[in-house]
Ligand binder design. Structure first.
Ligand code: PLP
Length: 434
């Protein structure tokens, strides 16, 4: 396939955007700076494809960073949202559908009896920390290097994703006080975790992790590591908070907890839960969740929480996610991952790491097991490879520290186009074309 990418209109919009939006975007990774180009402006999405304002058509492997497991503008989801919109876009009052969605979440995830919806994963993380601190009467929180739980001050310490992309160790504006209550442990470093729990376990409110971290690229837990977290949290009386904002409803019907058999005290959800509209949640047993206002006194609220359009999109999306859908998603991911290894061949040293519905191609000669490994990848090569993919009609995550998001609507044809483009792009990078 010939290399071509028109971007006159995107470039024009970017110039305008830079004067009114910081960095020209409303969320950092969209800027595409880490792959050495300016952002593309999207006009519309159709199934597994994205069409930009210059008319370029891409196979989309970002799918809005996870929510669009059924692809763009899925007819059943669009119908559900438009029907809901006709009945009113927001009430600030309770609705039947919120109960339905909470019931479906608790059917899917073991140990979830109650759900509190928020508008973003960041808010779910804020609520999780507040509730864990209230429940334990303790303040310390353990997080893992390279894990991202939204832009909550206290968790914006050694966070992956956008921050890693920009090479910032943390963010200015986060107070020493907010960071002081967070201990950062290396992902997959069991010894360090055990040592930290031995030293400070009695002060710990929570251990929080992504059970399948995907914000330093996909770096699955080493065998036994999640079990160790569960054991250490229970032993010191801290809550285990599993952030399933990405993995929830994606890697299995009941998320990473079903896949790994390791269960949380509190679960964070988002992305797929809102089917492409803003929604996230904190979920857990009634004994903890009833501490939230108005059942209890741990304050939490949101004008648009449980928004009827988001709830309608979430219910419609979860309806599509039956067992055959998960089998299909796992199959697509496997073929994508295998195809990438083959496309790279021996001349381009890469690691393809995957879980059902998630994949990262690391430009590294060694498997990536932690944040240092991810940061040690050849970021220039990744950037060059992505630029080549874009010019061949494939839209990859524009950062080495992110995952690819296969969906239910990626067909054979999309896989073929992607792998053909990937092979050509690998060849160029291996030949030193950057
Ligand atoms: N947790 C994880 C694992 C995430 O990947 C994200 C966002 O990408 C968040 C939390 C924050 O969610 P939001 O962007 O909705 O605030």
């Amino acid at each position: 396939m010939a290399s071509s990418l028109r971007d006159t209109r995107s470039a024009e919009l970017y110039r305008r955007a830079l004067t009114r939006l910081p960095g020209g975007v409303n969320s950092p990774v969209r800027a595409m700076g880490s792959i050495g180009r300016d952002p593309l402006f999207v006009a519309r999405g159709e199934g597994a494809e994205l069409i930009d304002v210059d008319g370029n058509r891409f196979v989309d492997w970002v799918c809005s960073w996870g929510p669009l497991i059924a692809g763009h503008a899925h007819p059943e989801i669009v119908d559900a949202v438009t029907t809901a919109a006709r009945a009113g876009t927001s009430f600030g009052a309770a609705t039947e559908r919120e109960v339905e969605l909470a019931e479906e979440v608790s059917r899917r995830i073991d140990g979830v009896e109650m759900v509190r919806m928020t508008s973003s994963g960041t808010e779910a993380a804020m609520t999780a920390l507040r509730l864990a601190r209230a429940a334990t009467g303790r303040e310390l929180v353990v997080k893992f290097a390279g894990a991202y739980h939204g832009h909550v001050d206290g968790l914006l310490v050694a966070a992956g994703s956008g921050l890693a992309t920009q090479g910032l160790p943390a963010s200015p504006g986060v107070t020493r006080g907010a960071a002081a209550d967070t201990i950062v442990v290396g992902w997959n470093d069991g010894e360090e975790l055990v040592r930290v729990v031995a030293e400070r376990g009695s002060e710990m409110a929570a251990i929080v992790c992504e059970p399948l971290p995907a914000n330093m690229g996909l770096v699955p837990p080493a065998e036994g590591f999640l079990e160790l977290l569960r054991e250490q949290a229970s032993a010191c009386g801290a809550l285990l908070i599993l952030d399933e904002v990405i993995s929830g409803f994606r890697v299995a019907r009941g998320g990473a907890q079903e896949l790994t058999g390791v269960h949380a005290d509190l679960t964070m959800l988002g992305k797929i839960l809102g089917g492409g509209l803003p929604a996230a949640a904190l979920a857990g047993p009634a004994s903890l969740m009833r501490m939230l206002t108005p059942a209890g006194d741990v304050y939490q609220a949101g004008t648009l929480s449980g928004n009827p359009l988001s709830v309608a999109a979430g219910i419609a999306t979860l309806k599509l996610l039956d067992e055959p859908a998960y089998l299909r998603l796992a199959g697509v991911t496997q073929r994508l991952a295998d195809g990438m290894r083959e496309a790279a061949g021996p001349s381009c040293p890469i690691q393809v790491q995957s879980a059902p519905g998630l994949m990262t191609v690391f430009f590294s000669a060694e498997p990536v097991v932690d944040f240092d490994g991810a940061r040690g990848c050849d970021l220039d090569a990744y950037g060059a490879w992505c630029r080549e993919l874009l010019s061949r009609g494939v839209y990859p995550p524009p950062s080495q520290f992110e995952a690819w998001f296969p969906s239910l609507v990626h067909e054979d044809e999309h896989l073929e186009r992607t792998l053909e483009a990937a092979a050509a792009a690998f060849a160029i990078v291996a030949g030193g074309g950057r």
